[in-house]
Design a protein around this ligand. Structure first.
Ligand code: CMC
Length: 386
């Protein structure tokens, strides 16, 4: 009988609490419920900054001055139009494909068209960060149009990133409230320490692969319901509940079935996610102006029920960023299956900034696993195997 290996190292499930490297990009304080980008609290950024300013802050390391912000706006606008071959390729994606799957494929293809694709130097990487950020929005909107049997709406030059995206989704110029709501959403999700998709991007970058490969790794990782698809699942859960009256019985049944409440719980935050506070406020503001407030009422009631339940209290499970993203994005008229792609449209700023940070001081990320199987098994010829 072979022996199981005895290892001197032990595995930490899900790498919980493991510090992988240093970063100057964002700090997540899970105890105090604070989030900072490059030292600035998201409280300042959500209230005062534009998405373009936040992107520059994360990429360049400081808030842009007046001439830097005009240049960053100009440069982002200049690369909004996606290569025409890509729009043709999007038409070949099955119309019922989840948008996040379409995005994963199309960003991989986008790499073929990028003149800097194989150049990992800092200037080329920065140009790619701009192009990926601008064109991801264009491609998400284009796929949504195509799957609805319409032609993609070309980007406008005179609108900011958030307003232009909403315009490309509907063909109508959005209200100031709607475009600021989306812009705040994009600001709040732009970076978040070593979350799973950022880690995936950095692992890929650490092999000295290319920027597009790193972003494709990140998109594939974000796509899961425990990460970036939790916003879509949270909305589906609120729609399944259907009415405020149903919240309590639905919750008791979900608990009995050991279902996870989507949009609740976080690996790092053991208090309310600071981003959820803004998204809750945003959803409340939007409910007065657009859409059906029923979903928000259900979300508010479910939060109340969860916050009083001993199981959730003991485990410090509170609404995370995806919980109130769901009613907020729903009230902006965005389809639920597009929600994870909106997460990607924001987080691409953080991903690209992390890839550049990784390359500025690269070392291959290559952890180990604790082997727990048998060793030195005797070889058994085929005819003697049971
Ligand atoms: N509903 C019910 N129970 C939960 C939930 C939940 N949403 N989240 C965690 N738990 C329980 C879990 O069953 C476990 O209980 P026990 O100790 O009895 O086994 C305990 O809490 C710890 O759970 P865990 O899975 O070990 O915690 P984790 O740190 O590995 O998971 C999480 C974090 C976010 C994956 C998890 O809370 C979850 O699945 N939440 C729902 C999905 C979700 O909203 N994801 C978005 C995360 S935030 C944004 C992002 O990163 O994209």
């Amino acid at each position: 009988m072979a022996n199981a290996i005895q290892s001197s190292t032990s595995a930490t499930r899900g790498l919980e609490g493991v510090v992988v490297t240093t970063t100057q990009l964002s700090k997540v304080d899970g105890t105090a419920g604070r989030l900072y980008y490059r030292g600035y609290s998201i409280d300042h950024l959500a209230k005062n900054a534009s998405f373009e300013e936040v992107a520059y802050l994360l990429w360049a390391g400081h808030l842009p001055n007046a001439s830097e912000i005009s240049k960053v706006r100009e440069d982002l606008v200049a690369c909004r139009t996606a290569p025409s071959g890509l729009v043709d390729a999007l038409r070949k994606v099955p119309l019922n494909a989840p948008p996040m799957t379409a995005l994963r494929s199309i960003i991989s293809l986008l790499g073929h068209y990028d003149p800097d694709a194989e150049d990992n130097g800092p200037e080329a990487s920065m140009r790619k960060a701009y192009r990926l950020t601008s064109q991801m929005a264009t491609l998400v909107a284009a796929f949504d149009q195509i799957r609805k049997g319409k032609d993609p709406i070309p980007p406008r030059q005179d609108l900011n990133h958030a307003a232009n995206f909403l315009y490309m989704l509907t063909g109508e110029e959005p209200s100031d409230i709607a475009s600021r709501a989306l812009e705040t959403y994009l600001i709040l999700l732009a970076d978040h320490g070593f979350n799973a998709s950022t880690f995936a991007a950095r692992v890929t970058a650490s092999t000295l692969s290319d920027m597009h490969s790193a972003i494709v790794s990140a998109i594939g990782t974000l796509k899961g319901p425990l990460h970036g698809a939790a916003n879509q699942r949270a909305l589906e859960q609120f729609l399944e509940i259907g009415d405020v009256e149903n919240v309590k019985p639905w919750f008791e049944k979900a608990k009995a079935e050991k279902r996870r409440i989507m949009g609740v719980g976080h690996r790092v935050y053991k208090v309310v996610d600071p981003r959820a506070r803004y998204l809750r406020q945003m959803a409340l503001q939007l409910s007065g102006t657009t859409g059906n407030p029923q979903v928000l009422d259900i979300a508010l009631k479910l939060e109340e029920v969860v916050s009083e339940d001993p199981y959730f209290v003991e485990r410090k499970l509170y609404p995370n960023v995806d919980y109130y993203s769901a009613p907020a994005l729903y009230m902006l008229g965005i389809d639920a299956d597009l929600f994870p792609t909106l997460f990607a449209m924001s987080r691409v700023v953080g991903w690209t900034a992390h890839v550049m940070e990784q390359w500025a001081n690269n070392r291959l990320i290559r952890p180990r696993a604790q082997f727990i199987g048998d060793l030195d098994l005797p070889w058994v010829p085929l005819e003697e195997r049971p």
